[in-house]
Write a protein that binds this ligand. Structure first.
Ligand code: HEC
Ligand SMILES: [Cu+2]
Length: 400
């Protein structure tokens, strides 16, 4: 009995925890800030009210009958099993008809309307944004504005690993939020590069799957400036809890300014073809922590049997299916990881190793970042090749 109670209490707490982080009280939804969120919340409240009334009336009748007509007072069960008199027929039909009216009209019409609203992604859309899920981060593209960037979790490794004091937005903070204008309808296209993810922002009333090979869509029209947070809502691997969503809604003039700045920055970044070695190493170190450390580990030592070390000379044993691929690429010899040729290294980071968890970063990262990563890996974790790989070399490798 105690065990059962603990179980019930525990599971109740678990369902409440995500709510606690956002809502004013644990039983409330986040304050809706889009038409979709308002409408779905309205439908929810309406249904809940109707169901609560029906439940109370039905259960009230039941309780009343159980107490009033109990056997100890000499009452006997009725012997008939179907209505007989016209009154009995009417009393049986009434609840059925009531339910039909409630289901198809009172609840049906608002619910249908909410679904139509949800599906109306194109009409009056002022801006299109593409959202791409990848293990384990979101990428945002503004196709008509020529801007794209990756949004990464910014909660520090110490907070995640060692129980250091956590920020109020622990695991719900990113380096670059998606920036959107308020009061404008934004059409959101969703897809994925690997497995199914889901883009979920409770205060927008949106939870849409991002499916590889498909383009799904939804829309938002945000009421007021602010920061809105969400999470990936489809279990997508070990980093599933580390790909939050942050949307920063700005008034139109502020949004325009942000857009202009982002366009300038993108043009400047594209113009860079050579970087100094210290610049490459610094950038490579940051990128490694963001994109590679989850698998190859902050130490570069990988995980036994599953993820090879980046550090050359370290022993690594794994099934031949895995080590054969590494041998082919020149990264494995006699039970040990070796630092393979530069060209193969660039190739692995650009295209991944097909058929293994090693992802292709070519579609996610620019030439400068890939050059920085390769330079960093070849000069860190005890590797001392001295190689400096420039963005131009990555550009050339892409062209092949
Ligand atoms: C999802 C996990 C994962 C992530 C993230 C990841 N790798 Fe890998 N990586 C692998 C696996 C698994 C292999 C071995 C593949 C095989 O041959 O079976 C590998 C192999 C490699 C190799 C060749 C072997 C070696 O150890 O030197 C290099 C180089 C490499 N990864 C670099 C990177 C870089 C750079 C990043 C970040 C930009 C990265 N990886 C991110 C899983 C990952
Ligand atoms: Cu995900």
């Amino acid at each position: 009995m105690i065990k059962q109670r603990k179980l019930i209490l525990g599971s109740t707490c678990l369902t409440l925890v995500p709510q606690l982080a956002f809502a004013r009280n644990p039983f409330e939804f986040q304050t809706p800030v889009t038409p979709i969120a308002r409408e779905t919340l309205y439908v929810h409240d309406l249904f809940l009210t109707i169901i609560a009334v029906l439940f109370s009336v039905g259960f009230g009748f039941l309780l009343f009958s159980v107490i009033r007509y109990r056997a100890s007072r000499g009452h006997r069960p009725a012997l008939f099993s179907a209505p007989r008199t016209p009154l009995q027929w009417a009393l049986s039909a009434l609840p059925i008809l009531t339910l039909v009216v409630i289901d198809y009209i009172v609840m049906g019409i608002p619910a249908y309307h909410a679904v139509l609203t949800l599906a109306n992604t194109r009409e009056d859309a002022a801006l299109v944004v593409k959202v791409t899920g990848s293990q384990w981060r979101w990428r945002y593209d503004y196709p008509d504005q020529g801007i794209s960037f990756i949004s990464n979790l910014s909660t520090s490794q110490e907070q995640r690993d060692s129980g250091a004091p956590t920020d109020p937005n622990y695991l719900l903070e990113v380096d670059k939020p998606l920036v959107l204008p308020v009061g404008k309808k934004v059409r959101v296209l969703l897809t994925s590069t690997d497995v199914i993810h889901a883009w979920w922002i409770p205060s927008f009333g949106i939870k849409q799957d991002a499916v590889p090979g498909f383009l799904r869509e939804t829309w938002v029209k945000i009421d007021r400036p602010g920061i809105y947070r969400g999470q990936c809502a489809e279990l997508c691997g070990v980093g599933h809890g580390f790909m939050p969503i942050v949307v920063e809604a700005k008034a139109q003039p502020d949004f325009d300014k942000w857009l202009a700045d982002a366009q300038t920055a993108a043009a400047q970044a594209a113009a860079v073809t050579t970087l100094s070695k210290p610049e490459l190493l610094k950038r490579g170190q940051q990128d490694y922590a963001t994109y590679c450390a989850l698998c190859h580990q902050p130490t570069g030592l990988g995980m036994p049997g599953a993820i090879p070390p980046i550090a050359g000379g370290k022993p690594f044993t794994a099934p031949p299916a895995m080590t054969d691929l590494l041998v082919q690429r020149g990264f494995y010899n006699a039970g040990k990881i070796v630092v393979g040729p530069v060209a193969r290294h660039i190739d692995i980071v650009l295209k991944g190793i097909p058929g293994t968890p090693m992802p292709a970063f070519g579609t996610q990262l620019g030439d400068a970042d890939i050059a920085a990563l390769v330079t960093y890996e070849r000069n860190s974790f005890g590797n001392q090749t001295g190689d400096v790989v420039q963005p131009s070399a990555v550009k050339a490798a892409r062209a092949k």
